[in-house]
Design a protein around this ligand. Structure first.
Ligand code: SF4
Length: 466
């Protein structure tokens, strides 16, 4: 998936006590690449407590080569892929973060967003802390260092008790790997087992790639401490209303993963079925905006008995390094990533299934290429309600003003993107498709009902101010 106007969050991985910890972490990061294409890194702590680390800007194959991987030695490792939600896109913000304290070494990989990071950072700076990065995750390290507790997991718990917002983390010390999910459970995190070693991963697709067995998900508010003695579960935080990010199902997670107790593929297919049930229209074919729209389009086609066709082909070789061309070349840039198949589309009435519309400009450009390919009519169907509110929990949506559904009505959006009809799933229909545990999801970007207190100053500009 190479998003054009939706930014992704982060992916984490960790493994304790494996001969090939570095190699497996490297492979796992490949499978989590869709969660962050901006920077990535691996940190290793060997049995003597010595930390080695390599981070870099870019995709996993850009950052790691044979020499780099051989320079990282140790049986305990964590890894991270990142797209910034707080902090600039610069190397010093690449994770995992590591610190060597005279009493301990620790490394941290964080997926999520601490909504009170600005306040915590100011308080810490007042007490003398000096920050090396503009990342909210560094706040956790400073709090952890200041804790007077003896065990690393107790230090971490004490630190996180001050933190609001979302965090799924892998934390590595000399002899422990700790996984933690915030009490709301916004982001996924699962536990696997390979060759007598426990692993942690944002999504199960990482376990599949390295041949690890899926054990279970880390529960919202749970801390799992993995050591030579095995695995121990702690529930140190006050219970909160579970609020898993429904957008993980709609767009972010990989379809071959299982998160929040269900297969992402199955949920996406059910979203398409729900669309066909409640937003049907006569047409010749159903197509998707690949790749995330594919699975819902299959569901729509099955339910409506209208044939599914591949109407657009994605170029998988265009990554984040793609440079926006000059204005004169801009019209070509959409087709570099997605090219319509004229023989499939010409003269057809087409239902286009898309996962979401954020700013509307990218969708509008895609529709333009379909019109140029000769489609007769375009009926667009969206697998979630209009996105009207920003996310404070780790998804980098633009500001409220830039969200098209916040500015325009659905008919006005249809006119703006130039489609013959446009319909979205309602909140109720979307939750019907999710099915079980439907009351355990965050839907704040659709209805503005935030599960946590929202701190006003959470933007990166404030975190970065000096
Ligand atoms: S606001 Fe939207 S994107 Fe953010 S956590 Fe909630 S459902 Fe997910």
């Amino acid at each position: 998936m190479y998003p054009l106007d939706k930014k992704e969050n982060c992916g984490v991985f960790g493994i304790l006590g494996h001969e090939n910890a570095v190699g497996l972490t490297y492979l796992a990061l490949y499978s989590l690449q869709h969660r962050g294409e901006e920077s990535c890194g691996i940190a290793v702590i060997n049995d003597e407590g010595k930390i080695s680390q390599h981070t870099g800007m870019g995709l996993v194959p850009d950052v790691f080569n044979k020499d780099v991987l051989e320079s990282l030695s140790g049986r305990n490792a964590i890894g991270h892929v990142r797209y910034s939600t707080t902090g600039s896109s610069i190397l010093k913000n690449a994770q995992p973060f590591v610190i060597s304290h005279h009493k301990f070494s620790v490394s941290i990989a964080h997926n999520g967003n601490l909504t009170n990071a600005v306040k915590l950072k100011r308080d810490l700076e007042t007490k003398g802390s000096i920050f090396q990065t503009t990342m909210d995750s560094e706040v956790v390290l400073h709090l952890l260092v200041r804790s007077k507790k003896k065990e690393i997991e107790d230090r971490l718990i004490e630190a996180l008790k001050d933190c609001d917002g979302s965090y799924s983390m892998a934390v590595l010390s000399e002899d422990k790997l700790i996984g933690v999910r915030d009490p709301y459970g916004f982001r996924p995190l699962c536990i696997g087992y390979k060759d007598k070693s426990y692993v942690l991963a944002s999504e199960t697709c990482a376990l599949d790639l390295i041949g690890a067995d899926f054990i279970r998900e880390v529960l919202p508010g749970e801390v799992v401490v993995i050591s030579k003695e095995g695995i121990r579960s702690i529930r140190p935080f006050p219970k909160r209303c579970t609020s898993q990010c429904i957008f993980e199902y709609i767009y972010f997670a990989r379809p071959d993963s299982s998160i929040f107790g269900d297969s992402v593929y199955d949920v996406r297919e059910r979203l398409g079925i729900e669309l066909a049930k409640h937003h049907s229209i006569k047409a010749d074919i159903v197509i998707s905006i690949p790749d995330s729209g594919n699975y819902a389009a299959v569901g729509y086609a099955k339910e409506s008995c209208i044939p599914f066709e591949f109407g657009m082909i994605r170029n998988h070789y265009v990554g984040r390094t793609f440079i926006q061309p000059s204005q004169a070349m801009r019209s070509h840039s959409v087709k570099i990533k997605l090219n319509p198949i004229k023989s499939v589309l010409r003269g057809k009435n087409v239902i286009v299934v898309e996962d979401s519309i954020v700013r509307g400009t990218t969708t509008g450009s895609r529709i333009k290429t379909l019109i140029e390919a000769g489609v007769k009519k375009i009926h667009m169907r969206i697998t979630c309600p209009p996105i009207k509110f920003p996310c404070f929990y780790g998804i980098d949506f633009p500001s409220r003003k830039e969200l098209i559904a916040n500015e325009l009505s659905i008919p006005e959006i249809a006119e703006f993107i130039k489609v013959d009809s446009l319909e979205y799933l309602t909140l109720e229909e979307m939750l019907n498709a999710v099915g079980k545990n439907r009351d355990k999801f965050c839907t704040a970007c659709f209805n503005g009902v935030y599960p946590t207190k929202v701190h006003k100053k959470t933007s990166k500009s404030v975190l970065e101010e000096k």
